[in-house]
Design a protein around this ligand. Structure first.
Ligand code: CTP
Length: 404
């Protein structure tokens, strides 16, 4: 079953007048792609940065900019919005709207919607660093937090006003999405659990610029990590190099080689009650790493290889009492080979993936897979979205750990 957290949810998106208003259009677009209904309310100043029509075309909903607009006045729209909203998110939130909300001022459509809101409110401030650090703003934020309004802290970086390395940037859309997903998550069945998840491929250096790697994108492991955070778990994500942003709320440990991954896993093992080994660990590495870049003229005829440590095997050999979940990348006899790995590495569950099938597996959003535990194969081999497969794995974990 596909359990997309935003599906059928109504998100009221309040946009106030800051330069980051255009980033709210991207946020609206991504939420709609995740099948949420997004209803946008804009302050007058926000309409100077982004045309309401842009939000309208992205969300397929009329945009509220004026309480006395002919389209809305008969419906007391701001009140009906407050009833429909599963969550209200103010992005970007300027210092001005933060101050108004803290004082309970309702003098336009956006501030009225905030005052009338009955759902959880999440604010995503973005502004000049001096405005952010101003005592008045910090005081207003403290007031809002004391009333249960959640604030996603702005990021440090280059600001629109030209300041470098200053606090006030609107976060990445993905960060906001992760936060909202977490806030909307229906089930917290993994609360109290700590998952150690590995993801991505390892890189084994030949010299300072070249390496032996593999085609893993990290999507599967990141999907497990993200879903686990949303279901209430503490997550430690040990990741090889990927293009993905770490999920909001996870502890993130970045590694490059299999040796480094092994070390990071062992260091964090004790805190975890479950290990999900989704990383594509390179089985072998060059026996020697050249400290200098190898010149063309001195090209070696061959690269001598040696075995890398098997991280799962190392955990199994320690005979810890964690629940251990492994993956098996198979191009033939998927179930037989994966079952053999399950036994050999003493796993509780193995997720067998078909890597021979075109269009699925490495770098794709899809995986053709089947879960196998100590009792045998669970269900049929199916093609899943990686996000759905992650939920299946966690469903299994939820049931299994309650019997263990
Ligand atoms: N794995 C590991 N350390 C390695 C290699 C693999 O921890 N050096 C883990 C993977 O993360 C995965 C599981 O072992 O969870 C199975 O990986 P896979 O590549 O399918 O199998 P291998 O054990 O490497 O066996 P083979 O390459 O012979 O199929």
């Amino acid at each position: 079953m596909d359990k997309i957290v935003f599906r059928d949810k109504t998100i009221v998106l309040g946009v106030s007048g800051g330069i980051a208003a255009y980033k709210a259009a991207d946020l609206a677009d991504k939420l709609v792609q995740e099948e949420a209904t997004v209803k946008v309310v804009m302050s007058q100043n926000a309409t100077k940065f982004v045309d309401p029509l842009e939000f309208q075309s992205v969300t397929n909903q009329t945009v509220l900019t004026d309480l006395f607009d002919g389209d809305f006045k008969d419906q007391i729209y701001h009140v009906s919005l407050s009833e429909e909203a599963d969550i209200t998110v103010i992005a970007p939130a300027t210092a001005n709207i933060i101050a108004k909300a803290a004082c309970g001022i309702a003098d336009d459509a956006l501030s009225t919607v905030i005052l009338a809101a009955r759902s959880k409110i999440v604010m995503v401030p973005a502004m000049n660093n001096h405005m952010w650090l101003n005592e008045a703003t910090q005081h207003n934020l403290a007031v809002l937090k004391s009333r249960g309004i959640e604030i996603i802290e702005p990021e440090v970086g280059r600001l629109a006003c030209g300041e470098e390395n200053a606090v006030g940037r609107f976060p990445k859309t993905e960060t906001v999405m992760d936060y909202l997903g977490l806030a909307l998550a229906r089930t917290q069945d993994l609360a109290g659990k700590t998952l150690l998840v590995t993801a991505g491929g390892t890189r084994e250096p030949i010299d300072p610029v070249r390496y032996i790697g593999n085609r893993s994108s990290g999507k599967m492991g990141y999907a497990v990590a993200k879903a686990a955070v949303m279901r209430g778990a503490q997550v430690i994500l040990v990741s090889g190099v990927t293009n993905l942003s770490p999920p909001y709320g996870a502890k993130f440990v970045s590694v490059e080689t299999a040796e480094q991954m092994l070390r990071a896993v062992i260091e964090n093992l004790e805190q975890a009650d479950t290990v999900v080994m989704a990383a594509a660990v390179a089985d072998f590495k060059p026996s020697r790493k050249s400290l200098e870049k190898i010149k063309k003229e001195r090209m070696p005829k061959s690269v001598e290889l040696e075995l890398n440590p098997d991280i799962l095997q190392a955990i199994a050999d320690r005979k810890t009492n964690q629940i251990i979940i492994g993956f098996a990348a198979e191009s033939q006899d998927m179930v037989v080979n994966a079952t053999r790995k399950l036994k050999k590495k003493n796993l509780d569950l193995i997720v067998a993936n078909d890597i021979a099938k075109p269009g699925v597996g490495f770098a794709s959003d899809l995986n053709t897979a089947v879960l196998i535990d100590k009792k045998g194969q669970i269900g049929d081999i199916k093609t899943y979205k990686k996000t759905s497969l992650a939920e299946e794995i966690l469903d299994w974990l939820g049931t299994y750990s309650s019997f263990k």
